[in-house]
Design a protein around this ligand. Structure first.
Ligand code: DX5
Ligand code: ZN
Length: 229
């Protein structure tokens, strides 16, 4: 599967300058990205607060990019439909926050969005065995969620390999996303492990030029695929 598809870079606006959000998004759009990652934190599931539906709505108005909304909140069932209404194309929920994960994923799909499930670094891939046929994508956290700019946790690459193997053996179609601490030093490893989508926050928006930073990551990803073909 990896040989024919190029991994996507998804800039995470968490590390962008919110006072210039429109310009920051235009800058990464110029690099040719197709998807944008939006982190929603509620101060309960994670010890930080970020943004709500009005911001997603404003972003929706200025871009045609696919909006990937990552819900780090305790009550995703209540809020997922509101984010979809605001313009989210994809919504991911944490396995650790969902009592009825199967129901939640089906609800997101029935509301018209692609449904993703997220695993914290300490949660095993096997906890998803019964929903892998249902989920549109699986997000493997490579940091403990809550903050941008944290150090990448290398053991999470093993989880991506495990997931990729399950997907191959089961002839399943979900995409694999990775989020946290990703940048030029580890993006190749992540793609070679099986990631289709790479989220990058501080390595893009805390660099001198966000467009150039994305282009560099895209180039590394292309090389990684060529090298493993
Ligand atoms: C962390 C968020 C990430 C964050 C990544 O809890 O889910 O999406 O924006 O930021 P970096 O790439 O700086 O680790
Ligand atoms: Zn995220």
């Amino acid at each position: 599967m990896r040989e024919n598809t190029l991994a996507e870079i998804l800039p995470s606006i968490l590390s962008a300058d919110f006072a210039r959000l429109g310009e920051e998004i235009s800058s990464v759009e110029r690099a040719g990205i197709r998807m944008l990652h939006i982190d929603v934190m509620d101060g309960h599931f994670v010890p930080n607060l970020t943004l709500g539906p009005p911001v997603v709505k404003s972003v929706r108005r200025i871009t045609k990019l696919t909006l990937d909304v990552h819900l780090m909140i305790t009550d995703p069932d209540r809020y997922a439909p509101i984010f979809i209404e605001a313009g989210a194309d994809m919504v991911s929920v944490h396995q650790e926050a969902c009592t009825h994960l199967d129901r939640t994923l089906r609800m997101i799909q029935s509301e018209g969005a692609r449904a993703g499930v997220v695993l914290n670094p300490a949660t095993p891939v096997s906890t998803l065995d019964e929903v892998l046929e249902l989920a549109d994508y699986v997000l493997i956290m490579s940091v403990n969620p809550g903050f941008g700019g944290q150090a990448f946790l290398p053991h999470t690459l093993r989880k991506v390999r495990t997931l990729e193997e399950k997907r191959r053996r089961g002839k399943m179609n979900f995409s694999i996303e990775m989020d946290g601490g990703l940048g030029p030093d580890n993006v190749v490893e992540a793609v070679q492990a099986g990631c289709d989508w790479i989220v990058a926050g501080s390595s893009v928006f805390h660099s001198e030029n966000a467009e150039t930073a994305v282009k560099r990551l895209q180039q590394l990803v292309r090389q990684a695929v060529t090298a493993s073909a």
